[in-house]
Every structure is written in structure tokens, then in C-alpha cells.
Design a protein around this ligand. Structure first.
Ligand SMILES: Cc1cc2nc3c(=O)[nH]c(=O)nc-3n(C[C@H](O)[C@H](O)[C@H](O)COP(=O)(O)OP(=O)(O)OC[C@H]3O[C@@H](n4cnc5c(N)ncnc54)[C@H](O)[C@@H]3O)c2cc1C
Length: 376
């Protein structure tokens, strides 16, 4: 059989693209090397996070993606909680950046609302009130559980007629063909590689040509010590995140904020740490992360880095009811000033790489690139 499209990789990029193409009547096969997906799509916070994207086109893409996420989650019986987020400012310079951001947004309540410490504490009783100056409350964020989402999505896609072959590593791709490591060949009019950073094994020249840089992150899961746990109700982040996400990039006080953080949080700045927290249905917290860039990162989890993440977390969350249950590394490709990479390195062959907010953007990006793919 010859398929309309063959996709390599059953992470969120491959699955969301397959879902989109299926809706447009295309026959699709997905080839996944592992017995179940184990890449960035199962290692993340599960944050669908529109508020982290710059106002305008990219935010609109994130919001469109959010809309599709909620629709697909309902169809596929995937837990998706539209809980919103709080960005907490414990320093005056951080509060200033939040004010500048909302000024740029024209104080549009659809983007968010600046709330007092007391109101922030009402929204999320778990946060530390001491020293809190201001918070940004946004209602657009969703929480999904990355440990279940791609594993529920894949069987759902098969019910729609999409073929998915697990434990099927791909060796290389070329016009009209996917060549498996077994030597078997799958024929397809168009081939899309959605292999995350392992794109380099299949199409070695594409990453360097597209300016892709591998990012390695350290993460941890905290589980409640007792049976009862405080439900946080929102995703949380604090001052260090202001220097990381592109939504704050136009704020005039950003460089002052970064200089301030380099003195207050030297280890965190050195390790690219900003702290995000999501809470899942069992009460556990996913906490991270650090960022190490380049291909030469070693596979070791550093206790120093874990401690620096915990220290920054302790500024805004009393986590004494929790203990560290798991730690892991995650990887994605990234490129300065971009949010994903979509390239056509050879006739009939495309590569889709999602970056640091790929869970958020997945379905929106899939819709955009599927339209291009069909017209190509
Ligand atoms: C620690 C961490 C936290 C994050 N948190 C968030 C978040 O909260 N919100 C957000 O929006 N984004 C987040 N991201 C980003 C997001 O997770 C990624 O952008 C997204 O999951 C990438 O999806 P993907 O399908 O491109 O890659 P992956 O999930 O890595 O999937 C690639 C798949 O390709 C397969 N593959 C590779 N090579 C081959 C081959 N030769 N043959 C067959 N199959 C192959 C792999 O086995 C894998 O299953 C986070 C990322 C990390 C690492």
C-alpha cells in the first residue's frame, strides 16, 4: 500500500500532525522506534501555556492550538484541565516587568490580570505570601498529564483509521520512501520526520542547516507525603521565568531584571534554571527546569542543579508536604527567535521539530504545516 503521508515519530508532533491530516482525508502511517513514545512528549510539565508566547501571531497560534487541544482531549477521553496560571513577582523589578507586559497587552483581561498578593493567595492558597508583591493571573492555561496523553492519543488515532507501528525504527527517508532499520520499505507520497532531536540520526544535515541546537533539561516529580494534599488549582511560576519566556521580551525593564537575577540567583542563571510547577490529578507536582545547550551534554543528573531548582521553588511554594519521587532528563531542539522548525530538505521529505513550548503549540502548528503539506 502507498500512503499519502508517512510520519516518523509518535510524540505529540507526529500524533497531532497525523490527526490533522486524517481530518483532511489523507491516509497516514506513523512509524515509532520505541514500544511506546518516550521522548519529550512524556517528559514535560503537561502545560499548555499560551501566556508564555509573544502577543500577536504566536499567541494566536497558541490559542488556536489550545482550542484544538480541548476538542481532541474530549474526543479521545484525555484529562485536560483549563486551570490557568499565576506568575508571581517577589521583587519590585519583577513586578515592574509584569506591569510593562500588561501595558503592552493594553491591559486586555483576555491576556491576564494583575492581582494583589492577597488575591493571588486566594487563587492558590499553597503559595508563599511573605515578600509577594504582585502576580499575573492568566486563564488560558491547560494542564494535561504527559504520562498518559500520547499513550491515549495513539490508540484513539487508530480508531480513526491512522496506522501506527511501534517498535519500528526508521533508518532513513527519501522521496516516496521510508527505509526501516529492518530493511523493509514503506511507500508514501510525502514523508515527515517528527523525531525530536533524533532527527540527526535520520537526516543528519538538517539540524545544522536549520540552526537547531539541542537543549537538555533536568526535571523532578514531587509526591505528597501523606494522603491529603493541597490542590493548587493553577500552574505556577515566578520571577526567573520572566527572563525566559518570549512574552516578556519587549518589556523595557527586562535587561535590568536579568542583571538583578544574575546577582540574586547566580547558580540558577548559570544553569539556565527557571521554575515552573504543574500539579496532576494524583496531587504530585512536576517541577523544573534547567537548560543546557549543545550536543555534548553528558547524561548525568546533577544534584547541584536539582538543589538550585528546589531553592528557587522554595521562594514561592511551601513544598514541605512533598518529597522528591523521581528525577529525569528531557531533550528538545531549539533555535533562537523561533518556536518550531518546518523544513523541506529534499523533494517529498519534510522535518517538523517542536521546541520548548511544543506541547502548547503542537495542534496549532500541525494545522498550519498540514495545509502547506497538502498544497506542496
Ligand atoms: C523537560 C521538558 C519539559 C517541557 N515542558 C513543556 C510544557 O510543559 N509545555 C509545552 O508546551 N512544552 C513543553 N516541552 C516541550 C515539548 O515537550 C516538546 O516540544 C514536544 O514534546 C516535542 O514533541 P515531538 O513529538 O517533536 O518529540 P518527542 O516527544 O521527542 O518525540 C519524537 C519521537 O520520535 C521517535 N523517533 C526518534 N527517532 C526515530 C527513528 N529513527 N525511528 C522511529 N522513531 C523515532 C522517538 O522515539 C520519539 O517517540 C517540554 C520539553 C521538555 C524536554
Amino acid at each position: 500500500m502507498k500512503y499519502d503521508v508517512a510520519i516518523v515519530g509518535a510524540g505529540i508532533a507526529g500524533l497531532s500532525l497525523a490527526w490533522t491530516l486524517n481530518r483532511q482525508g489523507k491516509s497516514v502511517i506513523i512509524l515509532e522506534r520505541s514500544a511506546n513514545a518516550q521522548g519529550a512528549s512524556v517528559r514535560n510539565f503537561g502545560m499548555v501555556w499560551p501566556v508564555g508566547h509573544p502577543l500577536g501571531e504566536v499567541r494566536d497560534l497558541a490559542l488556536r492550538s489550545r482550542e484544538i487541544w480541548l476538542n481532541v482531549a474530549q474526543q479521545a477521553n484525555i484529562w485536560a484541565d483549563p486551570r490557568g496560571s499565576l506568575t508571581l513577582a517577589y521583587e519590585e523589578i519583577e513586578a515592574q516587568v509584569l506591569r510593562e507586559f500588561m501595558h503592552e497587552a493594553g491591559n486586555d483581561p483576555a491576556v491576564g490580570r494583575l492581582v494583589s498578593p492577597a488575591e493571588a493567595k486566594q487563587i492558590c492558597p499553597s503559595i508563599r505570601l511573605e515578600g509577594l508583591r504582585l502576580a499575573l493571573h492568566s486563564k488560558t492555561e491547560i494542564c494535561v498529564d504527559p504520562r498518559e496523553v500520547v499513550h491515549l492519543l495513539a490508540p484513539y488515532l487508530t480508531t480513526l483509521g491512522i496506522e501506527i507501528r511501534f517498535a519500528t525504527p526508521v533508518a532513513t527517508v527519501e522521496e516516496g520512501r521510508v527505509i526501516l532499520s529492518s530493511g523493509d520499505v514503506i511507500e508514501a507520497d510525502k514523508v515527515v520526520v517528527c523525531a525530536g532531536p533524533d532527527l540527526r540520526d535520520i537526516l543528519p544535515g538538517v539540524g545544522p542547516a536549520a540552526g537547531l541546537i539541542r537543549s537538555t533539561l533536568q526535571m523532578m516529580r514531587l509526591k505528597p507525603k501523606g494522603n491529603s494534599f493541597p490542590a493548587m488549582g493553577v500552574h505556577l511560576c515566578a520571577g526567573l521565568t520572566l527572563g525566559h519566556y518570549a512574552n516578556f521580551r519587549n518589556c523595557p525593564s527586562l535587561s535590568k531584571l536579568k542583571a538583578f537575577h544574575s546577582v540574586k540567583w547566580p547558580k540558577q542563571c548559570e544553569e539556565g534554571i527557571h521554575v515552573l510547577v504543574s500539579q496532576h490529578r494524583d496531587g504530585s507536582l512536576t517541577v523544573g527546569d534547567s537548560h543546557d545547550y549543545g550536543d555534548r551534554t553528558l547524561p548525568y543528573i546533577s544534584e547541584d542543579v536539582n538543589q538550585a531548582i528546589i531553592n528557587a521553588l522554595s521562594e514561592f511554594l511551601d513544598w514541605s508536604e512533598f518529597e522528591v519521587a523521581e528525577r529525569w532528563l528531557g531533550h528538545y531542539n531549539t533555535a533562537p527567535g523561533q518556536f518550531y522548525s518546518w523544513v523541506n530538505p529534499a523533494p517529498g521529505v519534510w522535518s517538523l521539530n517542536l521546541f520548548g513550548t511544543g506541547m502548547t503549540l503542537s495542534f496549532g502548528v500541525a494545522e498550519r504545516v498540514a495545509n502547506e503539506l497538502i498544497l506542496a
